[in-house]
Structure formats: C-alpha cells, structure tokens
Design a protein. Structure first.
Ligand code: ASP
Length: 324
C-alpha cells in the first residue's frame, strides 16, 4: 500500500490539567478518534486528501463538543457565525467562507467553492446563497447553539461592559485537518465558530489563506488554531511553509519556530498541525493544551490533549465494537 496519513486538531486553548473535567476529556478523545477514522477511511480506499480532510472536519463540525458547526461559539449578539477554508496542495485551488450562519457543514461549502466557483472566498449571505444554489444542507440558527455555548455567552455578558473592548475570550475548539493521499497530494482544512463574544461580522484566521490554512504539494499542508488576529498578522501557516521551502527546515523544526515567531509583538494563543510531502507530521502550540491526533497508513490512530502527553493509541468506535 502507498504511503498516506492524516492529522487533525480540535483547537488549542490555555487550559490547565485540573481545569478540565475527566468526562469532557474522555469525550474529546472519542471525538478526535471518530474524526480520524472518518478521514483515514477515505484515504485507505484511495480517496483524495481533499475528501479526507473534509470528512474529518465534517465529523467534528457535527460533534457539539467542538467549536465548528454545531457547538460553535456565540458572537456578542448571541448568534453563531462560521469561517472555514480548504486548500488543495496539488492545484493550489482554494475555497473559503466567512461569517456564514445557516450552513450545516461550512467546510463542505468551502470545498464547493474550491470546486465550482471562480472566487476563493465568499462571505455571509453571498456564501449562503451559493450553498442554497448547490443544495447544501442548511439548518435553523437554533441547531448550532448548544447549552454549553449559550451558558458561556451568558457568563460573558455578565462580566459586563468593562472588558467590552478587550479581545474577546479565546475559548476555542476550532477544528482542522491535514492529509496526504495515496497519490502524493496534500490538503489542509480548517473550520471554526470563531472566538466567544466576538463582534458580529468578525472573520478570523481560519479562512485566510497563508494565515490559518495553507497547502502546497511541494512542501507541506498546515491548519492553525488560536487567536485569529495574532495568527493572521503573523501569517503563520505560510511562515511555516516558507521556513521549510526557503530555509530547508524539517516540518517539526518549522512548526516549533512558527509558534514562537513575533512573540515580542504578537502575543496570544497559537497552535498548528502540519504535514510534509512525505507524510511526516508535526504539532506546535504555546497553550499547554491542544486536542490533536494522527493516523498513518497501516498504523494505529493516536490522540493527545496535553503538551507533555505523548500521542497515545485511540480506541475508535470500530475497535471498541470489535472488543465487545
Ligand atoms: N482561530 C480561530 C479564530 O480566531 C479561533 C481558534 O482557533 O481559537 O477564529
């Protein structure tokens, strides 16, 4: 079998071990394992990297635990709004969406734009009309709002006006995936509900090509998470690519350097996953916690949450069923 691999993230956050309850930790691990499996199965059957990253991200968009699709963070107005991007490393084609509200799977809309639109990035009602025209599944706004995110929003309102003009809270479970398929093609995908209490109409780094998402077969595929304003100003995904291409860094060395770049001027949460053209995987984050995982051809799926945690085998649903 030819080489292939997928890596995913479910967001980087500044959380300490005692602050996350065990049940939630377990659910995160299960959610990551399911998403890995969805992407891996596409690759195993010889499917494209684009379809694999879409499948993995769809899985996390449908899981209310993650901040993408159902379970997205709420804006200051108490509404969900989504950004997403998908990039094809073979053709350098891109599809991206900003501030969409009714599309069940924003990453699938991004893929549709990549495949069927002359433009790269559509926002708001224009993007939604494109989704409607192509019969993508839409949902009522209520579908996306989970009790947990509603509670987080209410608490934010109670914190009052004093902090209103500071950066919105960065609770984040943005999701992303990078993959190498059996034909040697790379792809990257990122999907997010943005930051809790962000302004209506705010668009983060995820759909900004070179900011939160980038892929080029020659070098690497990258998906970022963290504070969008910091990531897009630092052009994080493209910087990682540039370190590999022009300075000859390995993917791990570039990932390590990328999260530290401009630390003096651009402070904030940063996290990323990257894969090189050989399928080598790197994780980088400055938060102490990033939900992440990978699965290489004929290997086992691995997931991890904490910084000092070695990625460990994830029991996928299929494996658990077999074990019963
Ligand atoms: N990067 C996302 C944004 O700023 C959120 C996150 O990953 O935490 O919209």
């Amino acid at each position: 079998m030819k080489k292939f691999a997928i890596a995913i993230h479910g967001g980087a956050e500044s959380v300490k071990p005692g602050e996350l309850d065990k049940e939630k930790e377990k659910k995160y691990r299960e959610g990551l394992a399911e998403a890995l499996k969805a992407g891996y199965e596409v690759l195993e059957k010889g499917g494209s990297a684009i379809d694999a990253v879409e499948a993995a991200v769809n899985c996390m968009e449908d899981n209310p635990l993650f901040n993408a699709g159902r379970g997205g963070s709420l804006t200051q107005r108490g509404e969900t709004e989504f950004d997403a991007a998908l990039m094809d490393g073979k053709t350098l084609r891109v599809g991206a969406v900003g501030a969409v509200r009714y599309v069940r799977n924003p990453i699938s809309l991004a893929k549709l734009i990549l495949q069927k639109c002359d433009h790269c990035l559509l926002v708001s009602t224009g993007a939604e009309e494109f989704a409607l025209r192509h019969k993508l599944e839409l949902q009522d706004p209520e579908y996306f709002v989970t009790p947990e995110k509603d509670k987080a929003w209410r608490e934010k309102q109670l914190e009052g006006l004093a902090k209103k003009h500071k950066m919105a809270g960065s609770m984040s479970d943005t999701v992303g995936a990078v993959a190498l398929d059996q034909n040697g093609n790379l792809a990257a995908a990122t999907s997010t509900g943005g930051l809790t209490d962000q302004m209506k109409g705010r668009v983060g780094d995820s759909p900004i090509i070179g900011g939160g998402t980038f892929a080029n077969n020659e070098v690497c595929a990258v998906s970022c998470t963290g504070e969008g304003e910091v990531i897009m100003k630092g052009v994080l995904a493209h910087e990682l690519y540039a370190m590999m291409k022009y300075a000859g860094d390995s993917v791990q060395s570039a990932a390590d350097k990328a999260v530290k770049l401009h630390d003096d001027k651009l402070q904030g949460d940063k996290g990323l996953i990257a894969m090189d053209s050989e399928g080598k995987i790197a994780f980088g984050f400055n938060t102490g916690f990033m939900k992440r995982g990978y699965w290489e051809a004929e290997g086992e799926p691995f997931v991890a949450l904490w910084e000092d945690e070695k990625e460990r085998p994830a029991a996928t649903r299929k494996q658990k069923e077999k074990a019963k």
